[in-house]
Design a binder for this molecule. Structure first.
Ligand SMILES: Cc1cc2nc3c(=O)[nH]c(=O)nc-3n(C[C@H](O)[C@H](O)[C@H](O)COP(=O)(O)O)c2cc1C
Length: 194
């Protein structure tokens, strides 16, 4: 395979372009963040990298909390809008017709329209360069009950999950495997049918 080499760049894709909510029910804000991910299982930890010039930056820094709301294809226009307009001069929640609810833990408002919201408490702020990384513990998860089956398993495939790759939004495609399937032993058929 012939390779073209570039200098280092933020080329990892796809990423979830999450809607981050912050502030209070009275004075909330929302922004789009693609520089995010999970970085520890126990305790469950995540991060968002935010430029200090963003209106949300000081809100998150001062409150020490934020929520990550998973985006869906139904929310793609809001995802883009909340990433190109600032809460400094626009009520983005109203402009996008979105709704906030306070989760059971009362930490920070989450997006009612999101299939899953993670409420997070900041544990460290790491200045990295253009962005500061808010490292945070995931304190709570709120899921739309329509995507939780009778066994309590979360099935997000039907929610229309959204991905972001190199400046473009994509609807997640068809399932092509699952964790550990490559090494799973096939079930032996009953003796008579071998
Ligand atoms: C798809 C997408 C991804 C973005 N990812 C980030 C990000 O990871 N970090 C960041 O600081 N800004 C990111 N932005 C830009 C902010 O969302 C944007 O500057 C927003 O207007 C900030 O809102 P605020 O001023 O109300 O906080 C992204 C924008 C888009 C459209």
């Amino acid at each position: 395979m012939e390779k073209i080499h570039w200098n280092g760049g933020a080329m990892l894709a796809p990423l979830p372009p999450v809607l981050v909510t912050c502030g209070t029910m009275e004075q909330p804000n929302i922004l789009t963040v693609a520089w995010t991910g999970i970085c520890c299982t126990h305790p469950p930890m995540t991060y968002i990298s935010v430029r200090p010039t963003r209106h949300s930056y000081n809100i998150i820094r001062e409150s020490g909390v934020f929520a990550i709301n998973l985006p869906t294809t139904a929310l793609v226009k809001a995802v883009d809008f909340c990433g190109v307009r600032s809460g400094r001069d626009t009520d983005k929640i109203k402009a996008c017709g979105l709704h906030l609810v306070m989760p059971e833990n009362g930490i920070v408002p989450v997006l009612d329209e999101a299939p899953v919201s993670l409420t997070c408490r900041v544990t460290q702020i790491l200045p990295l360069g253009s962005h500061d990384m808010f490292l945070a513990e995931i304190i709570g998860t709120d899921a739309d009950s329509r995507y939780v089956d009778s066994k309590g398993k979360l099935n997000l495939q039907q929610s229309g999950l959204l991905a972001y790759a190199h400046g473009e939004y994509f609807a997640l495609g068809r399932k092509c495997g699952e964790f550990g399937y490559s090494v799973r032993k096939k079930k032996k058929p009953p003796k008579g049918r071998r």
